[in-house]
Design a protein around this ligand. Structure first.
Ligand SMILES: [Zn+2]
Length: 368
């Protein structure tokens, strides 16, 4: 990838040098992807043999009023490790699925996806390909030749994959509710139902982050001189990754209740990374960047946390920050970034919370 700075100059080269590469990529092996999870600084390039291709289907992300197209391409490496690459928007529709499916009946189809972002959900890593994503199909490069050679003897025809459950187009749109309208609802009967609430932040819990497992985001605990994930199906042993878990009490004129915000959702509100706040504040202290949220009014898209059912303590997970309200007037939130989209998934400290993927537009709140 190329990064443009204020010192970058662009010069047109009319005669293309002979040595100019036809393919540009810097491959990350599938098993190394967890180490670049959620890295937004750099794009990731991956090589694989196509095993499955889904249709491109419209999906309405939580934060959008329009549909976007989504297609999943599954690839594998020599060891058989499988990886889903989700293509969005124009990338989903322009992917040559039919041709690849046809050619893939007889011979391995090797693709290098470049310009993708690595995402994790419930312990599974996937790649997300938006407008920055590009692909090379059966490129004439050594890595692809090596993979073709090793796949030839074990080649299975490329399959047509049905779209998975959570990517079906959403049929309902979150409606505005008062806090008293939702906090007494049956959490099991209203599992995964989303509402919009406009609430003022009244209290912030003093524990605002936790040590998360790098792979599945659940709580990881000290284990000898390292950490072990508390999720029995994951049990990853590795250094922990601090992650926001902001627990607040907020309410409107009808009542108040508990809301929980994780990871990037909390970061959108706080506008600082969790690492920066941990580094600059003594343990047990709630940083000013967080306490300044007190008395502020926001519109959130929320649903019951899974913990509500298991613990009996009513709590809502914030899926999206829809707006900040100033003196009764909404301050518009500016979407930053474009098609480079993916599933934004929220995870709970103890249990993973399944939520519908949304388009990954990052929303930044204007500075006060
Ligand atoms: Zn884990």
């Amino acid at each position: 990838m190329i990064s443009f700075t204020r010192w970058t100059t662009v010069e047109e080269v009319v005669e293309i040098p002979l040595a100019f590469p036809e393919f540009t990529y810097s491959l990350t092996p599938i098993e190394k992807l967890p180490s670049v999870l959620d890295n937004k600084e750099y794009f990731t390039d991956v090589l694989g043999a196509v095993t499955k291709i889904s249709d491109a289907l419209p999906l309405r992300p939580r934060s959008q009023q329009v549909h976007t197209m989504k297609r999943t391409v599954t690839v594998c490496d020599e060891s058989g490790a499988s990886l889903d690459v989700t293509l969005w928007g124009e990338r989903a529709t322009s992917f040559p699925a039919e041709q690849l499916h046809k050619d893939g009946q007889h011979s391995p189809q090797i693709v290098i996806f470049v310009g993708t972002l690595v995402r994790g959900y419930a312990g599974t890593i996937s790649l997300s390909g938006g407008s920055s994503c590009k692909w090379y199909i059966n490129p004439d490069v050594p890595e692809a030749k090596k993979l073709i050679a090793s796949m030839k003897s074990v080649h299975q025809p490329v399959a047509h994959a049905p779209q998975v459950k959570y990517s079906e187009p959403r049929t309902s749109v979150a409606e505005h509710r008062k806090v008293s309208d939702i906090k007494y609802l049956h959490p099991f009967k209203n599992k995964k139902v989303e509402w919009l609430v406009t609430v003022k932040i009244m209290k912030i819990d003093k524990s605002w982050w936790y040590e998360s497992c790098k792979k599945c985001f659940r709580t990881t605990r000290p284990h000898g001189n390292t950490y072990k994930c508390s999720n029995p199906t994951c049990s990853t042993i590795s250094a922990p990754s601090p992650r926001y878990k902001l627990v607040i009490i907020a309410g409107d004129e009808t009542g108040d209740t508990e809301f929980v915000m994780f990871g990037r959702i909390a970061q959108r509100l706080i506008k600082k990374t969790v690492d920066a706040l941990i580094a600059n504040n003594p343990p047990g202290f709630i940083p000013d960047e967080i306490t300044r949220l007190l008395e502020k009014v926001f519109t959130f898209n929320v649903c019951f946390t899974e913990n509500t059912i298991s613990s009996g303590n009513v709590s809502f997970q914030v899926n999206t920050i829809v707006a900040e309200i100033d003196d009764g007037n909404p301050i518009p939130l500016t979407p930053v970034g474009s098609q480079s989209s993916s599933a934004v998934l929220s995870h709970h400290a103890g249990t993973s919370v399944e939520c519908t993927p949304e388009k990954d537009s990052d929303f930044t709140l204007p500075s006060p």
